[in-house]
Write a protein that binds this ligand. Sequence first.
Ligand code: SF4
Length: 346
Amino acid sequence: MINKKDIRAVEKNELESFFMNHKSPQYRATQVIEWIWKHHQLDFNKMLNLSKSERELLKENFIVKSVYISNTTISSDGTVKFLFKMDNANVVEGVLIPQLNRLTVCISSQAGCSLACNFCATGKLKLDRNLTAGEIYDQVFLINQYALSRYNKAITNIVYMGMGEPLLNFHNVIMSIKHITSARGMALSGKRITVSTVGITKMIKKIADLEPNFNLAISLHSAIDKKRSKIMAINETNNLSNLELALKYFYDKTKIKPTYEYVMLKDFNDSIEDAQALVEFCKKIPSKVNLIEYNKVEGIKYQKSTIKKTNIFLEMLEKNNILAKLRRSRGEDIGAACGQLATQNK
Ligand code: SF4
């Protein structure tokens, strides 16, 4: 029996060789690539510019791994949470956040997560598996279709901030971006894409070497090593000085300013001293800050910081000429907000 490969994990040159070895023209590969990415046609029978025998050949040799929407939940603030199912019954979540001039999509890169940051709902799940590039792409494509039918507008921004650590699924994340930005895919601008990482320094350098066309966000959450290690175990092996070196390398190579994500946790990282430490960290490399309102997660002890403390924190950053903004919580009532994704609606 043939061990069938996922056609969306096959490189173009491999597909060209496949067709040529079967006495078909090389350009069939390009036609198939357009079907599976640009037109999102995942049924070989419907690839009508291929001959019947070529379609049969594809069926005999390949499968298509994909995700489908199994549930949608709409928040009172308009945020939509999608539950995606995959062929082997794994589930992940994605979110559509409608704002004034934007339709932002937040997608997952892994089913579960291995990093267990202790303020995050996903961190309570174990890692099931990495998503394929196709499965990541599907989330964007399907949410875009939803946006087109519901708002008559296409999505504008994509953030890799859902379930999982994108840089621990490096190859598939990079491949998904390649297809999302390709003219033979969704043709979206890389400038509208942000990959968010806890700060895996080796991988940040690897991205820099790829000359990325997308943005990078770092889940920082404290600029004090001791505190950061308390909430993010990754800081034990990738501490702030290593992160600084990696980000310096990244900025020097790309001239892209990283964004620091900083979730405001009551009486943990929201003091003046914490703000001062963040100011010092921000001065090292040109950067921006997103302060994020924390969303309560059941079974996790952290609380949202007060409005007063959050405003003082923000003012302190602004006074020191740090580009900073406060991101209000969205979709909290449906468990779709930052740090809440845990597929509880299975
Ligand atoms: S914050 Fe990101 S890396 Fe940390 S546990 Fe949650 S999903 Fe994983």
